[in-house]
Design a binder for this molecule. Structure first.
Ligand code: SF4
Length: 355
């Protein structure tokens, strides 16, 4: 266990005692970091000077380094965070492991879109994050740190968290569920379980494990196609589980948690946005308690997909609604800062390579 954000109250109390600090200091440190959003030990005024110095030396609050910070015209904020190279322990300044994290402000919420892995093993055909494969898993603390960093940008506290950044969250199950525990805890960031969404391409066994997790979080399935053959051309890991197998696991999730499933459907011009796709999707959706988010594709340079026409998006939604399926068109946010998953990291890496 290396950084502060990996800790629970019990483990930090033990750490304090093992380092010659009183056990109650753990509660004070938690209060500074989570309640007051202070990450500089020098400002933790109710700790002794010796103990503040010890924290600086032995318990870094942040593990990452900010590599880039972009603000879109619609207020969306995107951070690129570099992590220490696990082989050298040295901080990453330019190249090396890094992940994106995005803050999306809207009328009544501040949504953090976090990454669960460095890169992604799934390799979806339309996504920049999967282009270079998986570089590693993030720890629970690194996931929590992303949300904490966004919360202290001065735009307001994070109210909602979606695991829709880089990575397949259910392929990093323990770290993701431990992070959710901290995000939700009253001693942590205090974000309601129902305001935390895990988005997966659909791993049935992991969905069943998630149904046993004690917090009733929202499960989102990245469906993106209404039949398996098309889906497998878009999502290579779709070969591991058919749509009927995924829907079976979703029904079990609903039965166990009472939470409706969200299906994410990324509309790609001429690929999956035709009316017959909408009719097939409606047939699937009518078998599960669910709602559908329709998302317009943000183009990724070098990838052969286009944004759908507005008229086609509307027809798609109307086709679903005519069949009594609850379908919403989600606004694309932050287009002018390459807010689609993986683009900032990729452009940053390419800029480094060209210098
Ligand atoms: S869309 Fe998600 S699952 Fe697919 S490659 Fe990108 S990050 Fe991975």
């Amino acid at each position: 266990m290396s950084g502060f954000f990996e800790h629970t109250p019990d483990s930090l109390r033990e750490w304090c005692v093992n380092h010659g600090m009183p056990g109650f200091a753990a509660k004070q440190i938690f209060d500074w970091v989570y309640a007051k959003q202070v990450v500089d030990p020098a400002l933790m005024s109710n700790l002794s000077a010796n103990h503040r110095a010890l924290l600086v030396e032995a318990l870094p609050i942040d593990q990452g380094h900010l590599l880039a910070d972009q603000c879109a015209s619609d207020g969306t904020r995107k951070l690129l965070v570099g992590w220490k190279d696990s082989s050298t322990g040295l901080p990453v300044l330019h190249e090396g492991p890094s992940t994106e994290t995005v803050l999306i402000p809207s009328d009544n919420r501040m949504t953090a879109c976090v990454s669960s892995q460095i890169g992604c093993p799934v390799g979806c055909a339309f996504c920049a994050s999967g282009l270079d494969g998986l570089e590693g898993n993030l720890s629970a603390g690194q996931i929590v740190e992303q949300v904490h960093r966004l919360s202290r940008l001065g735009l307001g506290r994070v109210t909602n968290v979606v695991f829709m950044g880089m990575g397949e969250p259910l392929a990093n199950f323990a770290a993701v569920t431990n992070a959710i525990t901290t995000l939700n805890a009253s001693w942590g960031l205090g974000i309601g379980a129902r305001k935390i969404t895990v988005s997966t391409i659909g791993l049935p066994e992991a969905i069943r494990r998630l149904a046993e997790f004690p917090l009733p979080i929202t499960l989102a399935i990245s469906l993106h196609a209404p039949e398996d053959s098309l889906r497998r051309t878009l999502i290579p890991w779709a070969a591991h589980a058919s749509i009927p197998e995924i829907l079976d696991a979703c029904r079990e999730y609903f039965d166990a948690t009472g939470r409706e499933i969200t299906f994410e459907y990324l509309l790609l011009r001429g690929v999956n946005d035709r009316p017959h796709h909408a009719r097939m999707l409606a047939d699937l959706a009518s078998t599960v308690r669910c709602n559908i988010n329709l998302i317009r594709y943000n183009e990724v340079p070098g990838l052969p997909f286009d944004r759908p026409a507005d008229i086609d998006v509307r027809i798609f939604q109307e086709t679903l609604r005519d069949r009594r399926i609850n379908a919403h068109i989600r606004a694309s946010r932050g287009r002018d800062i390459a807010a689609a998953c993986g683009q900032l990291r990729r452009s940053h890496t390419q800029a480094d390579q060209s210098t």
